[in-house]
Design a protein. Structure first.
Length: 469
């Protein structure tokens, strides 16, 4: 194999998983009360059951299967890249969905270069034309970052086809789905030719239609700003795009497009100002309490392509509020939720909720401003430990991917009730304890999620309706 990874045959298939969980349920429940790696504030789905394959612990009645693994050969002849991160699920028919997945491969990392679509020894990189890529190294080789698209049959539970869909970008971390059926993939880097082995500046958002049969034209959406992008979501009512920034002193942004649905035609980028508060992080002093609301204004930003990579510093100096590593964001029913991965006194994470103004983006919004709530803040790393990517389940709960690299504390998938109470859905027990990422639901309530190492996309199924909160 091109990567030094476990072989997918070593991983559990769906039928085996169901039998294994049934047989282990009673034993695992008896042990779950002592020395557990997590704490549930509500019952959720009950205790996790030990996975005999040593990959993913789930509650009784739940199963998983491996959809894809880094190193698999795709239909275009390239390898499935490593470091799968943010991901969106798009219905294509009554049985097929497209999974558009980011691969967080940093151009300046020698290891990441070897985890790209060309293979560990770059043996297939010649199959990828630099003309179809956004950027190359200075020696002409295509950068390893980008996106893949996997078409998956929900009824037959198998991959139909998969291919590279965006090439030559760097550090594609998260992104978000558009109401018109495309994926916005975000570069979490501000590399430039002056400070890295690249030929173009990075730090932009790119759009990838879910139905694209091959590589898309790599067009940076420069009006949406150049910074350490993490994730985006779009209010379908207004077409306004909301963006997070993965910096300890990051900002929360919105982009008002000139033409809703046509982001490449430009627009106005703004940063969030919180009335009476310049810092939402609760690090050195408690600025606000869990459950508290604050009113929001927005300020215009200048020079958004930011050659110096200082957009957040200039925005904060102008009054924008600081956010502690804004990461995952997802649109709900008239509101959105986003994570601040190192927020709170413990620096173990916050979840913020934003409700737009009835006149969002219009002159009247100052009279009826949008509102921001501190929805969740971690007071115990066993309850929430650095939540990153986020989605909203069909039954209205949040699903949060933990991103904590530790030998002692495992990463989990967490559920959050509408009251802000947390429970545990899954635990990564594979070596390396990599982060969960890219959680998203199919129409049949299959939950797809990535584990960054060893580069897996999983499909999780179970009795979701039995949750107790």
């Amino acid at each position: 194999m091109p990567f030094d990874l476990i072989h997918r045959r070593q991983l559990m298939a769906t039928g085996t998983a169901g039998a294994a969980f049934t047989g282990l349920a009673r034993h695992a429940q008896a042990q779950a009360q002592d020395g557990e790696s997590y704490v549930n504030e509500v019952e959720g789905y009950g205790p996790l059951i030990k996975d005999p394959n040593g990959l993913l612990d789930l509650p009784a009645g739940f199963t998983y299967e491996v959809v894809s693994q880094a190193g698999d050969t795709m239909d275009d002849g390239l390898y499935m890249p490593g470091q799968p991160d943010g991901m969106g699920c798009f219905p294509l028919s009554d049985r097929e969905v497209a999974l558009v997945c980011n691969h967080e491969l940093r151009g300046t990392s020698a290891l990441h270069r070897n985890l790209g679509p060309g293979g560990f020894h770059q043996e297939r990189l010649h199959m990828l034309s630099a003309d179809r890529a956004y950027d190359t190294y200075k020696d002409g080789r295509v950068l390893p970052g980008g996106t893949t698209t996997t078409v998956y049959d929900l009824k037959d539970r198998k991959v139909v086809r998969r291919h590279l869909s965006l090439a030559g970008t760097s550090t594609n971390c998260c992104g978000g789905q558009t109401p018109w059926g495309s994926w916005l993939t975000c570069e979490e880097t501000v590399e430039t030719p002056a400070d890295a082995d690249v030929t173009r500046p990075h730090g932009f958002v790119f759009e990838v239609p879910a139905t694209a049969p091959g590589l898309v034209d790599p067009v940076p959406l420069k009006a949406m700003g150049r910074f350490d992008h993490e994730a985006v979501c779009i209010d379908p009512r207004t077409g306004i795009v909301y963006l997070t920034e993965d910096q300890g002193d990051g900002l929360f942004y919105r982009f008002i497009p000139d033409v809703p649905g046509k982001l490449a035609e430009g627009g106005k980028l703004q940063a969030m100002v919180v009335r009476g508060m310049t810092d939402t992080r609760n690090h050195d002093a408690r600025t606000w309490e869990v459950g508290a609301w604050a009113e929001v204004d927005w300020i215009d930003l200048d020079d958004v392509e930011s050659p110096a990579g200082d957009l957040n510093a200039r925005g904060h100096a102008a009054g924008a509020a600081l956010v502690a590593r804004g990461e995952g964001i997802w649109w709900g029913k008239g509101e959105m939720y986003f994570t601040a991965t190192t927020g709170g006194p413990l620096k173990r994470g916050q979840i913020l909720r934003y409700v737009p103004s009835p006149e969002e983006g219009k002159r009247g919004e100052r009279r009826r401003p949008g509102r921001l709530q501190l929805f969740v803040e971690s007071a115990d790393l066993k309850t929430l430990n650095m939540g990153d990517n986020i989605t909203i389940a069909p039954w209205g709960h949040l699903i949060v991917c933990e991103d904590n690299y530790s030998e002692e504390t495992r990463n989990h998938l967490k559920g959050v009730t509408p009251e802000g109470k947390l429970y545990t859905i899954a635990r990564n027990v594979f070596r390396g304890n990599a982060e969960f990422a890219g959680a998203c639901f199919a129409p049949d309530q299959t939950l797809f999620v990535n584990i960054m190492y060893p580069g897996l996309t999983l499909a999780i199924r179970g009795p979701w309706e039995t949750v107790r909160g």
